[in-house]
Ligand binder design. Structure first.
Ligand SMILES: N[C@@H](CCC(=O)N[C@@H](CS)C(=O)NCC(=O)O)C(=O)O
Length: 212
């Protein structure tokens, strides 16, 4: 292993980590993946990132970059190609990312709430998250062009973030049949899953957070 590779700390279920992983693979940037579990006491990310969150990228000179949005920004500056030049189109991708990440955030909230004993779960909270997930999926479906992408790019930030959020729905929110609600997103997801970057980063469960 080349000691000068950048290192990406990930958790195997994380849709945010998947965004960073897919971006690195699509850009063919050499890197090492380190599997961490931010919920476990032996997690390494808390020594690197004040928020103790995945994904965290350690550059080959030791600098640390965290949050999937900032990691994408950095990688795109290093090796452009996954955001359009035109400003309105750039914003379309950024907005798709915000909605896709919002879906993932709501799924994380739902998952954590469901770790509580049954009688202590807030149905109000769960139903707010369910609304965000469904509305978010509908919005992404509306934003796709007839070509099946958000803009002229085949695969850009919007597609990477959307594919990561949809894969996370399959893992952590399987009761919701999003394919039925969003046929164009289903086609996009199938197309993305034909790419090595998505095939190599299929999410899988990790140990659950410690119950508080
Ligand atoms: N906005 C962040 C969200 C990252 C995030 O929530 N990561 C989760 C894993 S999916 C995490 O590390 N959670 C641990 C914690 O919140 O303590 C990003 O886009 O990178």
């Amino acid at each position: 292993m080349n000691p000068f590779f950048m290192k990406l700390y990930i958790a195997t279920p994380s849709p945010f980590a998947r965004k960073a992983r897919v971006t690195l693979l699509e850009k063919q940037i050499p890197h090492e993946v380190v599997i961490d579990n931010p919920w476990q006491p032996e997690s390494k990310v808390k020594d690197l990132n004040p928020l103790a969150k995945i994904p965290t990228l350690v550059l080959d000179d030791g600098r640390v970059i965290h949050d999937s949005k900032v990691i994408f920004e950095y990688l795109e500056l290093e090796k452009p190609g996954h955001l359009p030049e035109e400003k309105h189109e750039k914003i379309i991708h950024r907005l798709a990312e915000v909605v896709a990440d919002g879906i993932s955030d709501a799924v994380v909230m739902t998952f954590l709430e469901n770790q509580r004993p049954e009688g202590s779960r807030s149905q109000f909270w769960l139903s707010r998250q369910a609304d965000k997930i469904r509305e978010g999926v509908q919005e992404l479906e509306r934003q796709l062009l007839p070509t099946g992408s958000f803009t002229a790019l085949d695969i850009g930030l919007g597609e990477i973030a959307t594919g990561s959020a949809l894969g996370y729905l399959d893992l952590r929110y399987p009761s919701y049949d999003w394919r039925n609600d969003a046929p164009s997103l289903r086609k996009l997801f199938d197309r993305l899953m034909g790419r090595t970057s998505f095939q190599q980063t299929v999410p899988s469960a990790q140990e659950l957070p410690v119950n508080q």
